[in-house]
Structures are given as structure tokens and as C-alpha cells.
Design a protein around this ligand. Sequence first.
Ligand code: SF4
Ligand code: SF4
Length: 114
Amino acid sequence: MPLVNKKKCISCKKCVKKCPVDAIDMVKGKALIVDEKCINCGKCIKICPVKAILKDREIVKFKVRSNLKAVKDSLSENKSKKAKNRLVKNQIRQLKIEQQILRETMKGLKHIKL
Ligand code: SF4
Ligand code: SF4
């Protein structure tokens, strides 16, 4: 599903008007795509004047960059090397748990009865 980069969104609402299934809300002045409603037609991506809506293949890079920036910001708040090491290790542990959750969920989805 597409994802809105809130920092780029200029609140013009063109995507909201264009969406054929009313899957875009404005939240705190920024567009937000409701995944449950979106049919992935790509019309919002094409109409956005500032390219604030990311395609599937752009989302991974965007999220990785955001995650790394968040960790770097936290690291800059910590002075001791020990605290920095702990923070990075905790992040890795947390990501491994999330990775396992995603893997198990995907396995479950393949066997879900419709
Ligand atoms: S991809 Fe299509 S359905 Fe999904 S939010 Fe954009 S315009 Fe709406
Ligand atoms: S079209 Fe782009 S800039 Fe305009 S509201 Fe949608 S996401 Fe924001």
C-alpha cells in the first residue's frame, strides 16, 4: 500500500479527492491512507504535486532511513559509550522479535481458511 511522507505533504487534499474508494483521511493536516480501504490503484501517487506519496518499492528505503535516523538521534542524546552500545543492542533485539512476529504471521496467513 502507498505511504504518505508527512514531512513532504502540503495538505492540498488532491489525493483525497482523487481516491476512488475514499481511503485517504486528513489527520492533523496531513494525508493518511487507510490500508483497510485502499485498493492500491496508484491514483493518489500520480496526482500528488510534491511526490509525498511513496510506492511500495520506495517504502522500504524510506522506513529504513527513518529508523536509522531515529536511532542516531537517540544515540546523540546518550553520552557514554556503554549506554550507546546498550541502545543499539536493544534495537537489534527488538527488530529480531518483530522479524520473528512477521515471519510467523506470514506463515499463518498462507494457511488461513477463507
Ligand atoms: S492507491 Fe488508490 S485506493 Fe489507495 S489510497 Fe491511493 S487512490 Fe486511494
Ligand atoms: S496530494 Fe500529496 S501533498 Fe496533497 S494532501 Fe495528498 S499527500 Fe499531501
